[in-house]
Ligand binder design. Structure first.
Ligand SMILES: O=C[C@H](O)[C@H](O)[C@H](O)COP(=O)(O)O
Length: 219
């Protein structure tokens, strides 16, 4: 099976977590797109959806699904989103699609975070995937120098502006032995809006699409 088939398998399995009357948070990316398409076909009578990006909002609307403002929903029962990497403790790297900040907000507002991915994202340790960091443009060079001091090699993601009007710096070479600490340390650099480590708010459920079917893991 190709990666898309595995992503679709994981995305469709997440429908089991969606009940009528819920508000559902929806992530961003190619795996989440399969989830949105499955939602459109399933026609579950939820109260509405909170989108983690403009792209997701547009795709939900194209499926005729009701998009709500996070400011009007309060906490939400469930959030479904993909990941670039997941470790055995359900900590994640996200932001390959530059949506990490809004994703972390919606994930943090959710009581349950269901992460959907193909099994290639299941890693013994985070850190092979370059870590996305969302940075206010004014602070780009300063933040890059601080990331070097932390042991990283920063690269500006060319031609990308986030939904919040910021830039993305991708960082390789960081020490991921303590992702909780690294998430906090990077976020203390002035000019950093957020980074793609999801360790303080990690996933609660992992659904991996694999050649042997969906592998479900619960924290
Ligand atoms: O910013 C993008 C998100 O964090 C995505 O959830 C992540 O990059 C995974 O994307 P995909 O499902 O396309 O592999």
């Amino acid at each position: 099976m190709n990666a898309d088939a595995l992503k679709k398998m994981a995305a469709e399995a997440a429908l089991a977590y969606i009940q009528p009357g819920m508000v559902v948070g929806v992530g961003t990316g190619s795996t989440t797109n399969f989830f949105i398409d499955a939602l459109g076909a399933a026609k579950i009578h939820v109260d509405g959806y909170v989108a983690s990006s403009i792209a997701t909002e547009n795709r939900l609307k194209a499926q005729g699904l009701n998009v709500l403002d996070l400011n009007s929903t309060g906490d939400i029962p469930v959030y479904v989103d993909g990941a670039d990497e997941a470790d055995p403790h359900f900590r994640l790297i996200k932001g390959g699609g530059a949506a990490l900040t809004r994703e972390k907000i919606v994930a943090s507002a959710a009581r349950l975070f269901v992460c959907i991915a193909d099994a290639s994202k299941d890693k013994p340790m985070l850190g092979k995937f370059p870590l996305p960091v969302e940075v206010i443009p004014f602070a780009r060079s300063f933040v890059a120098r601080q990331l070097v001091k932390l042991g990283g090699t920063p690269t500006l993601r060319n031609g990308v502006t986030t939904d919040n009007g910021n830039v993305i710096i991708d960082v390789t070479g960081l020490d991921f032995s303590d992702p909780v600490k690294m998430e906090a340390v990077i976020n203390l650099i002035p000019g950093v809006l957020d980074n793609g480590i999801f360790a303080h708010r990690r996933a609660d459920v992992m659904l991996f699409g694999s050649e042997n079917g969906v592998i479900e893991k619960k924290a």
